[in-house]
Write a protein that binds this ligand. Structure first.
Ligand code: 5CA
Length: 449
């Protein structure tokens, strides 16, 4: 993409309504525009990152054997009356009437609708296990929408639902989700720590939240610092392997890590004092096991191997897809702007032409552009007739991990400059060597041809 033809409405000043850095940078980098409290339009750069995150979620869900569907945002209240949540959900539920005076609502989550799909089409244990998920807009009429996309009223969420014959099978589904979420967040360059939590209006006893540590996080968390040394890495997982998933679950959840809702001072005191930490965190996902709560209420049963009808065991699992943009920026930025991890960056490489209109510089940029795009990577080429300082400022603000700077002086010596956004380090390389280095870095993330 040529910047001169793109739509990147960057702001010089930080808008006053933005109090945390991720919100400020998302507005300044022209990623989002508020349309009303807690409701945003996604401008091209923000939309691109949102889609990158969504794609990683889809890929990791597929790997775990989960099946994508799409359910409507507007749902009939009748199903929610069956579960009892139409009243119980309270003021966060946006209730709507259609022209025939039917009670409708904008989905804040979809346990009822997915349970209705299940009971209409599945009648035998032979169809189990089954996990259906979607990535869809949700609406919760939050009392205090704030921090930009972090606590929106409209937000984009992956919500998944497992259906299993027995509690044991459903607990495997729970563990499988935990494992697959660890992988998902790591691909986005994030460490998200599973912490024992409270289930709130979703219900059930077993639940973990995934938290990214950040001073601006809304949750107070308590943990054994040893949990921050854990990393999923590139281990091979067989998601059908019950013992393997349970092993990972145990590894990542046995040490003390809880949100304030479930914090237990007496248990925390057992953690060696030099490892006890109190911090703040951003909740980027949550998994639940709630047994037969919805299947009992809504008659979602299957015929078991013994011929008897039995309610299915269920859980649900969510990832805050739009919130993740804020969380990633909170975790990865400096005073000049965003520093995107390679896995989610909107463009893989930025090219800065120091002398637009110079025949040789223009040709060299165009050639780099064509070659890098040809390798399956996306390039943002700053071809504007602007000062170098302004071009660097924009690139630093929008945070592309790698920048190639091209100017007549370097070209005379046969080199361009390759700069890492993260370290700020630059090296002079022949154009081919710069391309080779970038290709190698992205290949390690599974990106590119
Ligand atoms: N039905 C379950 C699992 S799908 C559920 O709704 N879980 S949840 O309430 O925990 O939401 C899942 C994730 O959505 C949260 O972990 C959080 O990352 C994100 N989320 C929740 N509320 C908001 C909000 N107001 N703005 C942005 N993201 C949100």
């Amino acid at each position: 993409m040529r910047l001169s033809r793109y739509f990147l409405p960057v702001l010089k000043e930080s808008p006053r309504e933005a109090t945390i850095i991720s919100h400020q940078y998302m507005l300044r980098a022209g990623m989002i525009k508020q349309s009303s409290a807690g409701i945003y339009s996604w401008l091209p750069l923000g939309f691109k990152v949102l889609k990158r995150i969504e794609q990683i979620v889809h890929e990791e869900q597929a790997r775990a054997g989960h099946i994508a569907i799409q359910m409507p945002t507007i749902q009939s209240a009748d199903l929610w009356r069956e579960s009892g949540r139409y009243e119980a959900y309270g003021d966060e539920l946006l209730r709507i009437k259609d022209r025939n005076d039917h009670d409708m609502l904008f989905t804040p989550t979809a346990e009822e609708l997915v349970t209705d799909i299940f009971r209409s089409h599945v009648s035998s244990y032979k169809s189990l296990p089954l996990t259906l998920y979607q990535i869809q807009w949700k609406f919760r009429d939050e009392r205090r929408p704030r921090f930009g996309v972090m606590r929106g009223r409209e937000f984009y969420m992956k919500d998944g639902y497992n259906f299993d014959l027995t509690k044991e099978d459903a607990l495997h589904a729970y563990n499988r989700h935990l494992v697959s979420y660890l992988r998902t967040y790591e691909r986005m360059g994030l460490q998200a720590i599973p912490m024992r939590a409270d289930s709130g209006p979703i219900g059930g006893d077993d639940t973990h939240e995934f938290l990214v540590l950040a001073d601006t996080g809304e949750s107070e968390v308590f943990y054994d610092s040893a949990v921050t040394d854990l990393s999923f890495g590139d281990r091979e997982i067989d998601y059908d392997n019950v013992a393997q998933c349970a092993g990972v679950m145990e590894e990542f959840t046995t040490k003390y890590a809880r949100t304030d809702e479930t914090h237990d001072e007496a248990l925390f005191a057992e953690v060696p004092e030099n490892r006890r930490r109190t911090a703040r965190g951003i909740e980027v996902g949550q998994i639940f096991y709630f047994g037969t709560k919805y299947s009992d209420a809504m008659g979602a049963t299957v015929q078991g191997p013994d011929g008897k009808s039995t309610p299915v065991h269920m859980g649900s699992h969510g990832i805050g897809v739009s919130r993740l943009l804020g969380a990633i920026i909170e975790a990865s930025h400096d005073d000049k702007g965003i520093i995107w991890p390679e896995g989610v960056t909107p463009f893989h490489v930025g090219i800065v032409n120091l002398k637009q209109g110079d025949e040789e510089a223009d040709a060299a940029c165009q050639s780099l552009y064509d070659q890098i795009e040809g390798l399956g990577l996306e390039v943002l080429y700053d071809d504007r007739d602007e000062r170098a300082g302004a071009k660097f400022g924009t690139m630093d603000l929008i945070g592309l991990p790698w920048r190639i700077t091209v100017g007549p002086r370097g070209l005379k010596n046969g080199v361009v400059e390759l700069t890492s956004r993260k370290t700020g380090e630059s090296e002079e390389l022949a154009p081919e060597a710069a391309i080779a280095k970038i290709t190698e870095i992205y290949a390690a993330h599974g990106i590119g041809k």
